[in-house]
Design a protein around this ligand. Structure first.
Ligand code: NOJ
Length: 711
């Protein structure tokens, strides 16, 4: 079979008419007329965002705690809320805003919609492994559909922080290590959330975050200082944000970190200069939770007034949870330090978005119990997350073709994650029901696989409360004996191991990224009696699997795959689905290699594995390069990229080049391949990375393809 595919750089003008930053004069007129009715207190109220009355996703700052939120709400002193979900709760608060305040301006309700609402999708990093932008867009659209049915109309996502440090717990929410891939994902997710029009009942406001540099936290420790130069800022950090804004994102969240000596939340260059002026951003700049107050802790602001002044004048429009704007902006205005015009500009941004969301026409647009009941966890949504999960799995190793599993083998299913129904939901599953994921055990049952099960060891010691490294406290080895006995009488062992969902996520950085607890001991014991081990790893970050790679024949990396996890894993293990995922982050050989990324610079003494002298850039105690690199992933076919043809071998600035390749499947097993195009600028005024991804195409089931790219 031969199929020709045109492979181009323009990708995501997709099927959806992209929302843009262009202003609608009709909305602007309405915004001005509402603004003209407002008192200064009411204006500042629109710039004040507070947590709801139920869940909190951060420490409650002192200034916020002392205030009575109901009274503030009634006085029109709150513009938006977060962590309020469910039609009943949203309606209750919206009713106060609309019926009891002087002007009746509706609230916006924000939520950390990171990987699905109740039907949980694979964690964002896993989805990036699919390299399938249309699927990623659909996944975000499904999440928006469910969240809006529950009253939410502002997603605090997508998280578009590029990062190459697996110690950082928030890589699970992110877009991996490559700025080009990250940019495509950023725009796919923004388009998925916002759709063609924000005022549809099933679309919501996107909020790319965390602007900027958060993914470069020193040593991967969350909230840590970021020390990057302009070159890294513009080449690695900014592109996905720019892509998200170009895709029409109407809000953005600043980051907690200091960048180039100034807190991002008060960074005039990043916000006023780049975002608002150069990129023409017309939406809301939202601080992160209490990040205006944290400017004091950073040692940047001596007091709340200073913090308020600098955050606001740098362009941060809305204060999440610090209550600094609510408490100090008016005084700064009275003292002529912050002009009324500047305050008006920020208020207009908020009102604009409220009009775009359709809230002035119908404040209860997103409050429909019937929709809430019908849409959430529907069969259609579950089918979609299954498809996304299947595409997110990465086959890392398959020596001796142990996979796919065949029906005639005696199968043992062993491991702490085999029967777990909660961990696969991942870290940001705030609205999901506990234990609502399909486990691997259930996935096996659903496909009528004959198998026997043993847990082996625990993953988490429930007696020790988080966040203290619970996995270090696991000492119970009793289950290993049973697991070994089962492995002995089996032909093949599927070993389900990994990390707890709360080993990654906000504030969950780690100094070690090997399999925690006694899992290695379990693998060691089982591998001593059975050589046919298929390791299924679940985690929110790249792991150090060097030891495991030496001891098992097959490794399937399944991340945290969400609601349909077990079904997806089973379909890949049995070959019902041929895996096609490719790594969005390098897997290191040792934690000491971090940060590790493919698009590195050469150095004056490049890492050439052929070198046998000491004086070159390398570690003396570990083999050079990652264990599994960015873009890597196997399948059950034998697909080769052949006949690479270039239309020219030299090009000048502004020239283009056509590249053709043939993709040939040398096996009978249908499969997909992600054809990846990398370039290297050999000599440049500013040195370039040794490899840069510039284009790719996921070729599905076709045996041959024609690739065309312009450089
Ligand atoms: C802090 C996190 O950094 C941010 O991503 C999140 O949206 C807010 N908390 C609200 O929960």
């Amino acid at each position: 079979m031969k199929t020709k595919i045109i492979f181009g750089i323009i990708y995501l003008c997709l099927k959806v008419n992209v929302f843009s930053q262009d202003l609608d004069p009709r909305i602007e007129q309405k915004v001005d007329s509402v603004l003209s009715l407002m008192t200064m207190d009411e204006k500042i109220g629109q710039l004040n965002q507070l947590n709801g009355f139920w869940d909190a996703t951060g420490p409650i700052p002192e200034e916020g705690q002392s205030l009575n939120k109901y009274n503030q709400l009634k006085a029109g002193l709150i513009g938006s809320m977060l962590n309020v979900k469910g039609v009943k709760e949203v309606r209750e608060l919206q009713k106060i805003a609309v019926e009891q305040t002087r002007l009746g301006i509706p609230l916006i309700f924000g939520f950390d919609l990171i990987h699905g609402y109740k039907t949980i999708t694979p964690i964002p990093l896993a989805e990036v492994s699919s390299w399938d932008m249309e699927l990623i867009r659909k996944s975000a659209a499904m999440a928006a559909e469910e969240a809006t049915a529950a009253g939410v109309n502002w997603a605090f996502g997508p998280m578009v922080d590029v990062s190459s440090d697996a110690r950082w717990g928030r890589v699970m929410e992110g877009v991996g290590e490559d700025p080009y891939l990250a940019s495509l994902v950023a725009s796919a997710r923004v388009i998925g959330y916002q759709g063609e029009n924000l005022d549809r009942t099933n679309t919501l406001l996107a909020c790319p975050k965390h602007y900027a540099g958060y993914g470069f936290a020193e040593s991967g420790k969350d909230y840590n200082t970021v020390s990057i130069d302009d070159y890294t800022l513009h080449n690695f950090v900014m592109p996905p944000f720019k892509a998200a804004i170009d895709a029409g994102a109407m809000s953005i969240m600043t980051s907690f970190n200091v960048i180039q000596g100034v807190p991002a939340t008060a960074n005039n260059y990043l916000i006023n200069e780049k975002l608002k002026k150069d990129w023409g951003f017309k939406g809301i700049v939202l601080s992160d939770w209490g990040s205006i107050a944290e400017m004091i802790t950073h040692g940047f602001s001596p007091n709340p007034i200073h913090a308020t002044r600098h955050a606001f004048l740098a362009g941060t429009d809305v204060d999440m949870e610090a209550s600094f704007y609510a408490n100090h902006l008016k005084d700064l205005n009275t003292q002529n330090i912050v002009s009324t015009a500047k305050i008006d500009e920020s208020v207009k941004r908020v009102l604009r978005v409220k009009f775009q969301l359709g809230l002035f026409d119908d404040p209860y647009l997103y409050c429909d119990e019937t929709r809430e009941e019908q849409i959430i966890l529907s069969k259609e949504n579950r089918d979609l997350v299954l498809e996304v999960a299947l595409n997110s799995i990465v086959l890392l190793k398959n020596d001796t073709n142990l996979l796919p599993l065949t029906g005639d083998k005696k199968i043992a299913l062993i491991g702490p994650l085999a029967k777990d129904k909660n961990i696969p939901l991942g870290n940001w599953s705030l609205a999901a029901d506990s234990d609502s994921a399909v486990s691997i055990y259930e996935g096996f049952k659903n496909l009528n696989i004959n198998f026997e099960y043993a847990k082996g060891v625990n993953l988490v010691n429930k007696k020790v409360s988080f966040p203290f490294a619970t996995h270090l406290n696991i000492t119970n080895t009793e289950g290993i004996e049973e697991a070994v006995a089962l492995a002995k009488k089996s032909d093949v062992v599927v070993l389900a191991v990994g990390e707890d969902a709360f080993q990654t996520g906000e504030g969950r950085s780690q100094s070690e990224i090997q399999l925690p607890g006694l899992q290695r001991a379990l693998i060691e014991a089982v591998s001593a009696v059975n050589a046919n081990i298929i390791l299924v790893t679940q985690s929110g970050r790249p792991l150090d699997l060097s030891w495991e790679n030496e001891h098992v024949k097959s490794i399937v990396h399944a991340w945290h795959l969400g609601t349909e996890s077990g079904n997806a894993i089973t379909k890949v293990l049995t070959g019902e689905f041929n895996p096609s995922g490719k790594l969005p982050m390098s897997f290191p050989r040792a934690v000491g290699q971090l940060p590790i990324y493919y698009n590195k610079y050469k150095t004056g003494r490049p890492s050439d594995p052929g070198n046998d002298i000491v004086f070159w850039s390398h570690f003396t105690d570990v083999e050079e390069g990652p264990l599994f690199p960015f873009g890597y992933g196997l399948n059950y076919s034998n697909i080769k990229i052949e006949n690479v043809k270039l239309s020219k071998i030299k090009i000048k600035e502004g020239d283009s080049i056509k590249i053709e390749v043939t993709i040939k499947n040398h096996s009978k097993v249908q499969g997909s391949e992600v054809v990846q195009l990398y370039i290297q600028d050999l000599y440049s005024r500013y040195v370039r990375p040794i490899k840069e991804l510039k284009d790719f195409e996921k070729v599905r089931k076709e045996l041959s393809c024609y690739l065309l790219a312009f450089l």
